[in-house]
Ligand binder design. Sequence first.
Ligand code: F6P
Length: 350
Amino acid sequence: MRVGMLTGGGDCPGLNAVIRAVVRRTLEKYGGSVIGFRYGWAGMISGNAIELGLDEVSGILPRGGTILGTSRTNPYKTDGGVDGIVRRFKKESLDALVAVGGEDTLGVASRLHEEESLPIIGVPKTIDNDIVGTDFTFGFDTAVSIAAEAIDRLHTTAESHNRVVVVEVMGRHTGWIAVKAGIAGGADLIIIPEISISLAEICEVIKKRHERGKNFSIVVVAEGAKYPEDAPNQVEGGLVTVEQTTDSFGHVRLGGIGNKLARAIELETGYETRVSVLGYVQRGGTPTAFDRVLGTRFGVLAADLAHQGHFGKMTSLSGDKVIPVALSHASEGVKRVDSELFEVARTFFG
Ligand code: F6P
């Protein structure tokens, strides 16, 4: 059995655990071989690849990032992209491809499987935890832990200076990181894309805290949250972006709501307000034990599915079980924060 593999989209902690698991399982249990394509779909199109043996995956389990590199290349927007991938399957005599990625990479994988009949298995990853069809993606737990630790640290400086601190976290169009890190870090207010809130409501929460003797507040805001309609310096569509251009999957680069919100809160309340944008630190570094285990389980299952010829599937976590589900789930939109979880967070606002 000859298995190809690639990692696409934004990197996240736990990718190397998947690569290691696919290689170990394929080589040792099935006597097969694995070739890794560099920089996502780009490597498959151009033939930039590396043979993955036991030596190549030795010692990578605790390492963040991906030894294969990654990119946001969309073969459907690249000249000769799809043909190049079809040819690569033949040239490398691939029996299967394991594509590890988020909704974009898995969306391409699903389309290639359906339209070109390519034998592909998907493995969902992202710090955002927004993929439909799996309870959790690996990378998310690490990002939440990093953000929660940052919120802990921001508490002590906010408290010392009697300040409001706005903490901007990633998560694209969902608030999973914000809600989980906010609950873990004891945030006084959490603002997410799924629930709209006005500037008046935000300031009321902060003022009430001050009235009961708390002279500092921690406000966690997800990068994809809508900027309140009653706040000054409105932005078109409510989304605050770094730039207006979109990538080859049509995504804008989110970022900047923390700064805008901090200014608006300071103007409205008169309380000194600072902002901390956590950014890429949430995606970097060593994965938590949870993410290492989940990535490893996904990798082992992906190798098994490849061996069994179960293509068009995606590995998924359902409760505590790792199971295959239809790969097409990954293109069914985004998985949003459930209201029950947000209600738990809301209990501690103010
Ligand atoms: O999808 C993961 C993620 O980190 C999002 O939270 C964020 O919006 C985006 O990627 C940033 O993408 P890039 O690495 O292209 O700047």
